[in-house]
Design a protein around this ligand. Structure first.
Ligand code: B12
Length: 220
């Protein structure tokens, strides 16, 4: 069997090769080797896709390549998602999270990872998908009797929808009812503070920590 660094290398290579089968195989190998999905994503897949994102920024690769790389990453993330869902099934319910990517934004890989990690940590996650309008977040949260609304944005333009979400909740008198957590590559703690969100997390692991803390305070 390969050692950890060889597995991280395989995970990354599958993204550079735009190869979904290799990504799924490397993800399975990581699980078999006992590597936590979060580490496999953060140290294997994510650096590779971010490097491609930077190359896209410098016009060294183009959209079709980014689409293919994202396809490969999704195949790998699906493997981890399944494994994490199984792991989360037996845990106590820590709270209900309604999660989605904001309107105008189709990036869903990071959001899906956050959802899978939260469910593996014992949260019930309602993943609404992408391009979710502000009223839809609230409607779904009310329907699901959620504790938390989690909104992902990957574009500097769509980050503004997170601000709209907080404003909308406030205008409907629902701001105190839900914990609003925001995230996504361009999002920062500063932004979360500025728009009045309750929480920010830079990745899925941190999201669990932050939400565990807020839920404990809420239930105390
Ligand atoms: C893959 C990708 C795509 C794929 C998306 C496929 C998919 N199904 O998701 C495709 C090719 C479709 C795509 C399209 C576009 N993209 Co794009 N894309 C990327 C890329 C390379 C990687 C994103 C990714 O999946 N990262 C891996 C995951 C694991 O990381 P993550 O998303 O950041 O998520 C982590 C954290 O942010 C956090 N997190 C995420 N969501 C949430 C939510 C909550 C609540 C919390 C707490 C945490 C959290 O936890 C996650 C796990 O650790 C980024 C580059 C980058 N550096 O981000 C560009 C990037 C985001 N895209 C960019 C652009 C410009 C576009 C397009 C506009 C291109 C175009 N001209 O059409 C379109 C936008 C279409 C649209 N309307 O949404 C720019 C954005 C620039 C900006 N600041 O606005 C970037 C930064 C690339 C660049 N350097 O120019 N893209």
């Amino acid at each position: 069997m390969s050692n950890e660094s060889e597995i991280f290398q395989k995970l990354a290579q599958s993204i550079w090769d735009f190869d979904p089968d290799a990504a799924a195989a490397a993800a399975k190998e990581a699980l078999a080797a006992g590597i936590a999905p979060a580490r496999a994503v953060e140290e294997g897949f994510s650096p590779a896709i971010r490097e491609l994102g930077d190359k896209f920024d410098r016009m060294e690769v183009f959209l079709p390549e980014l689409v293919m790389a994202a396809g490969a990453m999704k195949a790998g993330v699906n493997v981890f998602e399944e494994a994490m869902k199984k792991a989360g099934g037996s845990l106590a319910n820590k709270g209900v999270v309604v999660l989605g990517t904001v309107e105008g934004d189709i990036h869903d890989i990071g959001k899906t990872i956050v959802g899978a990690m939260l469910s593996s940590a014992g949260y019930k996650v309602v993943d609404l998908g992408v391009e979710i309008s502000v009223p839809r977040f609230l409607e779904a949260a009310d329907e699901a009797k959620a504790d938390i609304i989690a909104a992902s944005a990957l574009l500097s333009t769509t980050m503004l929808r997170q601000k709209d979400l907080v404003e909308f909740l406030t205008s409907r008198g629902k701001k105190e009812k839900y914990i609003v957590i925001v995230g996504g590559a361009p999002v920062t703690q500063e932004w979360a503070d500025k728009i009045g969100a309750d929480a920010y997390a830079r990745d899925a692991q941190q999201a669990i920590k932050v939400l565990d803390g807020l839920m404990a305070t809420r239930r105390a």
